[in-house]
Write a protein that binds this ligand. Structure first.
Ligand code: FES
Length: 110
């Protein structure tokens, strides 16, 4: 059965935010771009870089790695340029009663 974990209040997230969220050993990136919320893996698929330290292009809805500058689509985690070739895993989010939740079954199935 799906289990949702509370992350933060929706009002604490601004457009352009890249927020880190840890659950057990999973490092998750929460992003808000043009009023949409996204959740992906936070560690770049090329090497070890934390994407919450990267750069968001809000209109393109991408996050760019701070180390070698690969950009990933927030919606599906697909890299847009080398050197990263593998996609980031994406996670399901929902907003309920002004709180943002992430689907825990997604995290356990990694
Ligand atoms: S570590 Fe992210 S592109 Fe190299």
């Amino acid at each position: 059965m799906a289990e949702w974990i509370k992350i933060c209040e929706i009002g604490s997230l601004k457009n352009g935010d890249l927020v880190d969220f840890d659950y057990e050993d999973k490092k998750i990136l929460i992003a808000k771009a043009e009023d949409e919320l996204y959740a992906t893996d936070r560690i770049c698929t090329h090497a070890y870089a934390d994407l919450s330290m990267g750069f968001m292009n809000e209109s393109e809805k991408t996050v760019t790695c701070p180390l070698h500058m690969s950009s990933f689509k927030l919606a599906d985690g697909i890299p847009q340029n080398l050197p990263a070739e593998q996609p980031l895993r994406k996670y399901n989010l929902k907003v309920q009663d002004n709180w943002v939740y992430i689907l825990i079954d997604d995290l356990k199935s990694i």
